[in-house]
Design a protein around this ligand. Sequence first.
Ligand code: ARG
Length: 500
Amino acid sequence: MHSRRSLMSGMALSAGVGLALALPPRRALAQAAPAGEGQKIWGGRFTEKPGALMQEINVSIDVDRRFWKQDLTASRAHAAMLARQKIITAEDAAKIDAGLKTIEGEIQGGTFPFRREYEDIHLNVEARLGELIGPASGRLHTARSRNDQVATDFKLWVRDALDEMQLKVRDLQLALVHRADEHFDTLMPGYTHLQPAQPVTLGHHLMAYVEMLGRDVSRMADARVRMNECPLGSAALAGTSFPIDRHMTAQALGFDRPTANSLDGVADRDFALETLSCFTLCAGHLSRLAEEMVIWSNPQFGFIGFSDSYSTGSSIMPQKRNPDAAELVRAKVGPISGDFLALNTVMKGLPLAYDKDLQEDKPPVFHAFDALDLAVRAMTGMVLDFKANKARMAAVAASGFATATDLADWLVQRLNIPFREAHHIAGGAVKLAEGRGVDLPQLTLKQLQGLHPGITADVYRVLTAEASCASRTSYGGTAPTLVKQQVQRWKSLLAAAAKA
Ligand code: ARG
């Protein structure tokens, strides 16, 4: 019988189309992997080794070796539980424990043989344990499956990642609070629609980001609480007939309790998605601040400047000082929210319980963590680095008729004019000033009285940017005294968090 390959290539040639239409050499594709050693662990029912492409698509050790520590920790907790429940002997448990300790040393020392033939971190550790301690190693996998094992390891890693990210974001908050303290009364223009709106202080503006990041941290803390249930002991999907103590392993691994449904235990990746959504929101906040830094450092704004350590030059335009770091932080939300979308799409429509699709859960989480970690650190650096051009900001804050609202408010408060009418009169003042090429404080009393006869010289008190800011004393407002209070509040909140 003709093989399909020779038939097809023959057809392609006779049709004169060339070899492009020929099927790839099927046998070569299906060729046995050089060493499908992982199969020794699960391949009792197989007679042939997996093909090279099978191994290539199946292997995850290059990715999941990142949580080797969590894998060892979970295995040691499992072995200790098996021994206490008399499922394995104390002797075997001791051998397993010692072997896992040796492996830890090997990995730390860079001598552990990570082998792609053993698919993933779990089989790599198990294979090495066999080489180190012999047959006792085979008892470690009692009452456990790689399905609950990987869910547990990954959860432990994600939990650590959430903890670490909270610390990093708090460092950024601290940097912002520090700069806000320094600039609690530094005037700057406040914007809506990126058009001059009302004067604010730079301290107030920076503290807005402290609030956003505070919500990011609290979201991460919430996610951590929700995820802190231990899947270990769910086994492959249905639980196990061995008398295991899931509460013991849950406690040993710092979980609040074991997961209550074994199918959910192995199939749930909410914890990874929720973490990615927290990271996405946080990256979005960084992106907004980064964008403001890009704008503020534009010489036409001239509000801030970065030192050489956060600027780059142009290879062609000698005058350039580019805010590349800020631009890259601004961009990170793209790939990070992409990671959320990637995993959410992997999860969509997956039937219970474990599916190999779930192996695709790790790259987006690792990538998002690394990207956000770098973005937060770079932003912290930039916050501590920038120099504010106070004179320039104050001048711009006082321009653009930014105190028109203050004029309207004065008319309401002093002359008891309804706000809508006062708004109209102040609008007339803007029109007048604009026509004369001046700003509101430069209008003469006579000119103002032309708009409303009741206006007195007292009005000039509220037409400066300083006065405008100082008058915004409603709770949460930009008055420097209030900014100071918020700085103090956050200083103590962050100090308390650092101690906890
Ligand atoms: N490497 C796998 C993963 O990351 C481990 C679980 C494999 N389970 C299985 N039944 N093949 O998801």
